[in-house]
Design a protein around this ligand. Structure first.
Ligand SMILES: [Zn+2]
Ligand SMILES: [Zn+2]
Length: 241
């Protein structure tokens, strides 16, 4: 009953995806998408951040020429939250070249400072669900959002415990979309009901790391529908005629 027309969250071989930009483009067209976002992991990730930013941007721009008129291809990046004061690893010299910016917490990101290293990796492993750490992580997310550079907040709550309603309020204020991610869950339908009450807008994403998974958002969409959301709240779906 719903059709996905844009998948903004996909990875390629430039970080740790399996397909090339061209493979993702072909898969998106085969799936009938109108818009595809490439959003590989930012360089601050120790193990799978993009190492050659210029090559990455060039590969996307080349494909944009090739698929012009058939698919709207967007150049994005998935940033890592790297510090307790809302730091993230947006590559400064490319700041103005991205069509959109995603940000989320990922294990394996290079911490911005020693305190953040301690909070993220030591304190978290000792007491990952402590109230104090949850408040700190929530504040870190809010500080990051308030810089108003983030288009999409990826998989909120995945791998880190946060107050999702408070974070959603910050998303609303910043004009950031709240993602319902198919690959990384950690967000239940009952929570989505409360989050939606803030008025924040959502999107559903595949977070595909292989081309075949592009536009596969069933898990996310089912949860969203179970929570009572529709195309009014989810920006990248529309009703099938
Ligand atoms: Zn991610
Ligand atoms: Zn991702």
């Amino acid at each position: 009953m719903y059709k996905l027309f844009a998948d903004y969250h996909t990875h390629t071989v430039w970080s740790h995806g399996k397909g090339s930009v061209q493979d993702n483009v072909n898969a998106a067209m085969a799936a009938g998408l109108e818009t595809l976002g490439i959003s590989d992991h930012a360089p601050g990730h120790l193990f799978y951040g993009v190492r050659d930013m210029q090559g990455y941007m060039d590969a996307i721009h080349t494909q944009q020429q090739i698929c012009a008129g058939k698919l709207r291809l967007l150049a994005g990046i998935e940033l890592n939250l790297t510090g307790m004061h809302g730091q993230y690893d947006l590559p400064a010299q490319y700041r103005d070249q991205f069509d959109f910016v995603i940000m989320g917490f990922h294990k394996g990101a290079r911490p911005a400072d020693f305190t953040s290293f301690f909070e993220y990796y030591i304190a978290r492993s000792i007491s990952g669900s402590s109230k104090r750490l949850k408040v700190k992580a929530t504040d870190a997310y809010i500080a990051a959002l308030m810089k108003k550079e983030i288009t999409i907040l990826s998989h909120p709550g995945y791998a880190i415990n946060i107050d999702k309603v408070e974070v959603a309020k910050a998303c609303l204020e910043a004009g950031t979309l709240f993602e319902i991610n198919t690959s990384h869950t950690g967000l239940e339908a009952a929570e989505i009901v409360d989050i939606a009450k803030t008025g924040v807008k959502f999107l559903v994403s595949s977070d595909a790391h292989v081309p075949d998974r592009i536009a596969q958002v069933d898990v996310a969409l089912q949860k969203a529908i179970a929570a009572g959301l529709s195309e009014k709240e989810i920006i990248n779906i529309r009703r099938k005629d």
